[in-house]
Design a protein around this ligand. Structure first.
Ligand code: SF4
Length: 359
């Protein structure tokens, strides 16, 4: 009882304060049930004010698992001896069409930093992107890792709507430990360059990789500074064969609180409920915390993998749009149409260009 009373009191105080860095830290530090319930309730209410009962859904095509990097948290790091694949352009386009026919709102084209694509200046990936845009008429998000400014120009010229590139933390020291031998500022700079070129950008963070609660508060505030239109948080899942294999995993409460705080801080942001962490069974909690985009929808038996959970629910068909629709409908929600999604990001892009002109 004492615990509840204390939380109730601290919760009340917290709501009276603006969401300053200190206020965010207090909320992140408070794991009381009442605070969380109130936080999630507020987040859902903010989402409903902006998006009504509609949730967006993204198809995920992780088409090359080759990578030149060695991020310490990642299963697909170069040094990990795993089986890898690189899908042919025909396979990638066919999977994207299958996802489009099923009713997703966007195709997320994800790859490791595949040396073969870098070698050929991304010719194949540019062709795949163009073909998918032509054949599905859906918006496309590319997640290719760090690419050159001239390549960003080429993707922007194709009308590619999104560039996703995650720092995972905004603490430079921690970044150096996670993304070893990579340059924090180069990564951030390319993201900002893509934004300047009219692309929407997605920023992401990982929870449970050795960060302090202060770092998380800094990341929450950095989202606005960067101008991210989509803001992703995922719980770190220890990966077999990686240097962080034995790091103790965090519970999901932190990720859910961050989703809710992002929603309350940034009502118009797109905030993913990723199926990549806990599969389809993790969807409801993330939507209840205020997320408004279901990401990592994968067609069954497509031979594709997820990122954080490389095989969970993939072949069994658990990460399909049908399953997502079923769960959302039980929550009084539904998947938006492609037109509704295009209309929404159209508004974001207009706003984005207006801001760029004013800068
Ligand atoms: S996180 Fe991305 S860049 Fe880093 S090793 Fe994994 S696939 Fe490569």
């Amino acid at each position: 009882m004492m615990q509840d009373t204390k939380n109730e009191e601290s919760g009340k105080n917290l709501w009276e304060r603006p969401f300053t860095r200190d206020g965010l830290i207090d909320i992140l530090n408070d794991d009381g049930a009442e605070l969380k319930e109130e936080l999630f309730r507020r987040a859902r209410s903010v989402r409903e004010d902006v998006f009504g009962k509609k949730i967006f859904a993204y198809g995920f095509v992780y088409f090359s698992t080759y990578c030149r990097n060695n991020c310490n948290f990642c299963y697909f790091r170069k040094s990990n001896r795993i089986e890898r694949y690189r899908k042919s352009p025909e396979e990638v386009v066919a999977i994207a069409k299958q996802l489009a026919d099923a009713g997703v709102n966007l195709i997320d084209l994800t790859m490791g930093e595949d040396p073969e694509y870098h070698e050929e200046d991304f010719k194949t990936v540019l062709e795949i992107t163009k073909k998918i845009k032509d054949e599905t008429s859906l918006p496309v998000m590319i997640s290719p890792g760090v690419i050159s400014e001239s390549l960003i120009d080429e993707f922007a010229a194709l009308g590619t709507e999104w560039y996703a590139l995650y720092q995972e933390t905004h603490n430079r020291e921690l970044f150096r430990k996670l993304r070893i031998h990579q340059d924090y500022y180069e990564r951030m700079g390319r993201k900002l360059y893509a934004k300047q070129k009219g692309m929407l950008i997605e920023e992401g963070l990982l929870a449970g990789v050795g960060e302090k609660v202060e770092d998380l508060a800094d990341s929450l505030l950095a989202m606005e500074r960067i101008g991210a239109s989509q803001m992703r948080v995922m719980s770190f899942v220890p990966q077999a064969g990686s240097p962080m294999e034995h790091v103790k995993p965090v519970g999901r409460s932190l990720e859910l609180k961050i989703i809710a705080l992002l929603r309350i801080l940034y009502p118009y942001a797109l905030i993913p409920a990723s199926l990549d962490v806990d599969g389809i069974k993790g969807l409801e909690d993330r939507i209840n915390a205020g997320a408004n985009v279901v990401t990592s929808i994968i067609p069954p038996r497509s031979g594709l993998m997820g990122v954080a959970q490389s095989v969970m629910d993939v072949d069994e068909g658990g990460r399909t749009i049908e399953e997502v629709r079923h769960i959302l409908s039980g929550m009084g929600l539904s998947v938006a149409s492609a037109e509704e999604y295009k209309e929404y990001i159209g508004i974001l892009m207009l706003e984005h260009r207006r801001e760029a002109r004013e800068e």
